[in-house]
Write a protein that binds this ligand. Structure first.
Ligand code: FDA
Length: 393
């Protein structure tokens, strides 16, 4: 039986970071992963450029049943710490929008950096390890794969969430938590496109590809960003963001004119171009194909704007700024960026990420019930929670 101080399950962002930190402290550390290479999600993140953190990351950007839990880790390992590491490796990066930092070149730069950090600290990595069993006796964990059994004093579970099952995602981390008597909160796909009801699909699939800035609102939470009509439903950053707050059966309220007071705009156009038809006027503000669809749906009648009373203009402005969709569901884990829910934070120490009732067992990253907004926040949680566990495991 191989003996280790620390075994980490999962060679993703959180697992590699905790392993690096543990090994720096002189702990003999092994990372096990079921895939053929490390950091597979990092490689495909951010369209291949990895949105590795966010300048504005703060606890307010995370969802959790206990919103205070993430504070300790995020304060102790901040976005500035990770940016310093990226700079130390000379990786070129840029801010795309809203504080989101991306590699100029490739997400591979981040994975190479992590590999070098692992090498420097002396982390061992074993790939294509399908973990079949974990047991605990006399203060020692035994991790069994078909190849061999390994023992360790500290076991760090960084097995991620359920998104992208074809990339190796498994529910093993949740099962392991339950095996040791820890509560696991219900999970669901998040940062995910929403799908049409059959009737809406018939209407809106014709305008797939249309994209525009909106605000998307569900359950009193509002995100301003772009929205994209697709064959299957609604996507784009505004929709991915709101999907974390939307629940099946909820309405989704879209403001199609978030940047301009629509009532004011229409009144002004009425003064300037009284003879112009509404379709022409609305096309100045909204994509033409969308305007045609709204006309087809009788959201407005195409007539010269001079024919409208102030009240009708107000009604039209209201309907376009509170356009209600009732999505059927989400595209699920097949395309979701993250998994909401997971290991209940009440079971863990926010200082160390160790299970309160199971010494030596740590949970980090996405397997924990802490989920970030879209925009580099999920990696920041992975780095921060992994770093914290690495100081103690
Ligand atoms: P992660 O899932 O990365 O790693 C877990 C590892 O454990 C995997 O390698 C898995 O194969 C392995 N594993 C699972 N079960 C196992 C078992 N039983 N035995 C052995 N190994 C096992 N976030 C962000 O901040 N910026 C971004 O740009 C993006 N972009 C993005 C794009 C796409 C397409 C997706 C799907 C996700 C993102 N994300 C993101 C989210 C981000 O990728 C995610 O939150 C982190 O990778 C989570 O890191 P973890 O280390 O917790 O899990």
């Amino acid at each position: 039986m191989q003996q280790w101080d620390v075994i980490v399950i999962g060679a993703g962002a959180a697992g590699l970071f905790s392993a690096i930190e543990a090994a720096k402290r002189g702990r003999k550390t092994l990372v096990l992963d079921n895939g053929k290479r490390i950091g597979r999600k990092i490689l495909m993140s951010g369209g291949g450029r990895c949105n590795f953190t966010n300048i504005y990351a703060s606890p307010a950007n995370f969802l959790s049943q206990n919103p205070h839990f993430c504070k300790s880790a995020l304060i102790r390992y901040t976005q500035w710490d990770f940016i310093a590491l990226v700079q130390q490796y000379g990786i070129a990066y840029h801010e795309k929008t809203l504080g989101q930092l991306f590699c100029d070149d490739s997400a591979k730069d981040i994975v190479d950096m992590l590999q070098q950090e692992c090498d420097k600290a002396g982390v061992s990595i074993a790939l294509q390890q399908d973990i079949q069993n974990v047991s605990f006796a006399d203060g020692v964990y035994t991790v069994t794969t078909p190849q061999l059994s390994r023992s360790c004093q500290s076991l760090v579970v960084a097995s991620g969430g359920l998104s992208l099952p074809n990339l190796g995602a498994t529910a093993y981390g949740f099962q392991l938590a339950e095996q040791f008597g820890l509560n696991v909160l219900p999970v669901r796909a998040a940062l995910v496109p929403l799908t049409w009801q059959p009737a809406d699909k018939a209407v809106f699939e014709e305008i797939s590809g249309v994209s525009l800035p909106v605000t998307a609102e569900a359950n009193d939470v509002v995100f301003p960003e772009d929205m994209l009509f697709t064959h299957r439903g609604l996507s784009g950053p505004a929709i991915l963001q709101i999907s974390s707050f939307w629940q099946p059966g909820d309405e989704l309220i879209i403001n199609l004119s978030p940047q301009q007071d629509l009532n004011e705009f229409l009144l002004e156009q009425q003064q300037k171009h009284p003879e112009q038809e509404l379709k022409t006027i609305l096309s100045r503000l909204l994509p033409k194909r969308l305007v045609e669809k709204l006309l087809e749906l009788n959201v407005f009648q195409n007539q010269p704007i001079k024919a409208l009373h102030a009240k009708s203009i107000q009604r039209l402005a209201d309907s376009l700024t509170h356009y209600v969709f009732k999505p059927n569901g989400t595209e699920g884990y097949r395309t979701a960026e993250v998994t909401l829910g997971g290991v209940d934070t009440n079971e863990l120490s926010s200082k160390t990420m160790e299970a309160k009732k199971q010494p030596g067992l740590y949970f980090v990253g996405e397997v924990v019930d802490v989920t970030g907004w879209l925009g580099g926040y999920n990696f920041q949680w992975a780095w921060a929670s992994g770093w914290v566990a690495g100081q103690y495991c």
